[in-house]
Design a binder for this molecule. Sequence first.
Ligand code: NI
Ligand code: MN
Length: 228
Amino acid sequence: MSARFRWLGHACVAVETGGLQVLIDPFLTGNPAAAIKANDAEADFILVSHGHSDHLGDTIAIAKRTGATVIANYEIAEWLAGKGLKKVHGQQHGGSFEHPLGRVKLTLAFHGSMLPDGSYGGNPCGFILFLKDGKRIYHSGDTGLFGDMKFIGEEGIDLAILPIGDNYTMGPDDSIRAIKLLEPKTVLPIHYNTWPIINQDAAGWAARVRKETKATPAIVKPGEWMDV
Ligand code: NI
Ligand code: MN
């Protein structure tokens, strides 16, 4: 069965692949746009892009309840181990590792990464998931536009998951430039409309994607499943 994904609101995306549930940036509690409750989240793996609470979110509670392995940068992985999580896997930027869900590579992201208690959270990251069915997903994490997205595009991206909210991350204009560098087949916009400061017109953005790039915009309602 091919992989499928659903947007759970803000930057949280679930991917189902080969019978495994992967949860990226599980900020559900306190997320005005959350499609599910943290208690209902399933996870075999949780990927955390950086230390900010709108990404780390419910990671500890969900990992403790499900026994999921958390993949993050080394600093966040060690911090989570200190909070009592037994199954953490630290990586760093440019490094990849063959996990049961497929190979996971950490990519650059230009942002911050302070943890909720003020601890040093290392550098923020994005992820490339090389799924076992051959599909490749890029979740950029919170980031501005950067030219090396061209190299990420060279990996052959099926689904790119990009912020469009502006203020804290890329906005719509720079996301269009990112799509041109990444050349994904499909692009899912995230990190917008959670709060007024990151409100964006998703339909207007999608029209621009169709007109100005070769990618297909995935405008899904939070909670809706879509094939990768
Ligand atoms: Ni952030
Ligand atoms: Mn954020």
